[in-house]
Design a protein around this ligand. Structure first.
Ligand SMILES: *[C@@H]1O[C@H](CO)[C@@H](O)[C@H](O)[C@H]1NC(C)=O
Ligand SMILES: *[C@@H]1O[C@H](CO)[C@@H](O)[C@H](O)[C@H]1NC(C)=O
Ligand SMILES: *[C@@H]1O[C@H](CO)[C@@H](O)[C@H](O)[C@H]1NC(C)=O
Ligand SMILES: *[C@@H]1O[C@H](CO)[C@@H](O)[C@H](O)[C@H]1NC(C)=O
Ligand SMILES: *[C@@H]1O[C@H](CO)[C@@H](O)[C@H](O)[C@H]1NC(C)=O
Length: 229
């Protein structure tokens, strides 16, 4: 029997819906969690529920710290792995959880830098919480391309350098904290978020915004470093 062009088209549409909804989406999210587990050290054996030996549709949704859009579909909406004693670097495999809206890795022992391409890894996240770890290096400017962020918590790490001014452009940001790091220089000018001095506490050289003006701190450092005439 010959199929008409229209039937063929409908068939193609139906097949691609099937593959998007049930295989490639889930496979990608399962890869995501496999990669996260493989890249983190778990000295306290907190991720024993992350067992990939008999995966059925939706079974990853009962893994510790994993929330799915729907309980019977392997599509992850939130990853909440706070306070589990995890070690290692930022788990880049998160990139394959393509429908993720929240990532909380706070209060672990993670180290290394925050990936420079963070906006490709969590493009739709409304929450990024990396507080109370040991992340170092600079805060990547590309965080400003995570345009859905409501909450950005980077406090209690070893982050250094300046805070990228672009972060001030995040138009949905409500909560921002970088307290207890090694940051210096001017704080961003926030277009919507109202950020208080507490969010900047215990950094060696931040200025501007709710803190002392950058002008006076520049003068002071000039006074200190210039030899007397
Ligand atoms: C895999 O899990 C399903 C659902 O939990 C269960 O019915 C099945 O017996 C399991 N298969 C094996 C080989 O453990
Ligand atoms: C995402 O999954 C693909 C396979 O689907 C894999 O090749 C790639 O390495 C994964 N990305 C990361 C960052 O783990
Ligand atoms: C944190 O990282 C620094 C290097 O960036 C290292 O010297 C220090 O030991 C680490 N601290 C912890 C608690 O892991
Ligand atoms: C944000 O994304 C745009 C478009 O992809 C790019 O041109 C820009 O450089 C990015 N900004 C940062 C700070 O990475
Ligand atoms: C720096 O020196 C200038 C004049 O030399 C003085 O007016 C200013 O108050 C000094 N700044 C600080 C922070 O001490």
């Amino acid at each position: 029997m010959l199929l008409s062009g229209r039937d063929l088209c409908l068939g193609v549409v139906f097949l691609s819906l099937l593959s998007c909804g049930f295989s490639s989406g889930s496979a990608s999210d399962i890869n995501c969690l496999k990669s996260i587990k493989a890249s983190l050290e778990d000295p306290l054996d907190m991720l024993t529920s992350w067992d990939f030996s008999n995966i059925t549709e939706g079974s990853i949704c009962s893994f510790l710290g994993i929330e799915c859009w729907h309980p019977h579909e392997s599509k992850v909406i939130n990853i909440k792995l706070g306070d589990l004693g995890l070690k290692g670097q930022f788990p880049r495999g998160v990139m394959n959880c393509t429908s993720l809206t929240g990532l909380d890795l706070s209060s672990n022992k993670l180290s290394g830098s925050i990936p420079a391409d963070i906006s490709r890894i969590i493009p739709f996240s409304t929450l990024l919480a990396l507080s109370y770890n040991n992340f170092s290096g600079t805060i990547p400017a590309s965080i400003s391309n995570c345009t859905y962020l409501n909450v950005l918590k980077l406090d209690h790490n070893q982050l250094s350098g300046q805070i990228p001014g672009e972060i001030g452009q995040l138009s949905r940001l409500k909560t921002f904290s970088v307290a207890n790091n090694l940051l210096r220089g001017p704080v961003p000018d926030f277009v919507v978020a109202s950020v208080t001095a507490d969010s900047y506490a215990n950094n060696p050289g931040l200025c501007g915004g709710p803190l002392k003006s950058c002008r006076s701190s520049v003068e002071k450092s000039l006074n200190c470093s210039s030899p007397p005439l």
